[in-house]
Design a protein around this ligand. Structure first.
Ligand SMILES: NC(=O)CC[C@H](N)C(=O)O
Length: 337
């Protein structure tokens, strides 16, 4: 009977990339002072023996880095490995352990480019495994639980932090000193409790199988940069980014993606020179940029990032620019994804 139960378990591969979930500190009291990306995947799996009750789990160490240092090449490497595994009939679900700083970027990238309905779960932790009340073990347990469930299929790339199931598109790291760090302006999709998922809503935006982007056809990602806005902002950063070869600049604007009158002429000129100008917002709880409201986007031929924060807008812009440099097409993609 036991053998039969074993055979029914899903096959889940954990791709480890580093971060705090693989972090180690000097003392159990060190919840914030520690080194990220220290512990290997075999140890992370061994630390949660209960995983074997959820799925047949195996791990691969894809990289071992703190996620603030992730590069476009790292993203492509990870994306290609996820696609290979998703194509394998021996794999039912994929979990990616990741630093939390750029977890939302990687999750959104995979959500755009992976052509599969198999569950892909990105997970991290806010405290290293060596700390009191470490959150990584339960987050990983929840990730494997969701990755091995049939209900998670076709819902896009997901993030399991703090018992919530979040859409990889919507979720963002909102605070860096709480385990309750990952939030979406539009709410979580569900909850995981004791290894069981409870679903409440579905993502409305295009993703994975319904996406026009495919990791297998993306050879490299173009240079897209972000310039942050504030009172008294100057055009120095915008000009320098364009000069260094940026194909698009994400304007991390105030409020509704507003643009200071001090930099409007520069952004108009850069657009005339061929640089795409994409207006996003850096407001804390989630921006929502409306076209032609703060600025005449039609007239200036600018794009608005909809509800995507600047770092997510950068991910979509890079992926979109592998297909088109038409600003109207880019705008369509920003509404649809
Ligand atoms: N909580 C974390 O994972 C942050 C650690 C590190 N800055 C990273 O993103 O990898």
């Amino acid at each position: 009977k036991e053998v039969q139960t074993q055979q029914k378990l899903a096959n889940v591969v954990i791709l480890a990339t580093g971060g705090t979930i693989a972090g180690a500190g000097a003392s159990a009291a060190n919840s914030a002072t520690y080194q990220a990306a220290k512990v290997g995947i075999e140890q992370l799996i061994a630390d949660v023996p209960q995983l074997s009750q959820l799925a047949n789990v195996r791990g691969e160490q894809v990289m071992q880095i703190a996620s603030e240092s992730i590069t476009n090449d790292n993203l492509l490497q990870l994306g290609r490995r996820v696609a290979e595994l998703a194509d394998s009939k021996d794999v039912d679900g994929i979990v990616i352990t990741h630093g939390t700083d750029t977890l939302e970027e990687t999750a959104y990238f995979l959500n755009l480019v992976e052509k599969t309905d198999k569950p892909i779960i990105v997970v991290g932790s806010m405290r290293p495994g060596t700390a009191m009340s470490a959150d990584g073990m339960l987050n990983l347990y929840n990730a494997v639980a969701v990755a091995s469930s049939k209900e998670a299929r076709g819902k896009g790339v997901l993030v399991t932090m703090n018992d919530e199931i979040q859409s990889g598109r919507d979720v963002s790291k909102m605070i860096n000193i709480k385990t309750e760090a990952f939030k979406s302006a539009w709410g979580p999709l569900g909850m995981v409790v004791e290894g069981k998922s409870y679903w409440f809503r579905l993502p409305a935006k295009r993703h994975t199988l319904d996406s026009e982007f495919d990791i297998k056809t993306i050879k490299s990602l173009p240079d897209v940069e972000i310039a942050y806005s504030y009172g008294n902002v100057s055009d120095t950063a915008y000009k320098a980014l364009a000069q260094s070869g940026a194909k698009a600049i994400i304007h991390a604007g105030t409020g509704n993606g507003a643009v200071s009158s001090r930099v409007v002429p520069t952004l108009q000129a850069l657009r005339k020179d061929g640089v795409q100008i994409i207006r996003s917002s850096h407001v804390n709880a989630g921006g929502f940029v409306l076209r032609n409201a703060e600025q005449p986007d039609d007239k200036y031929d600018w794009v608005v990032a909809h509800d995507l924060n600047p770092q997510k807008a950068r991910i979509l812009a890079m992926v979109a620019l592998t297909k088109t440099n038409d600003s109207k097409e880019l705008q369509r993609m920003f509404w649809e994804y």
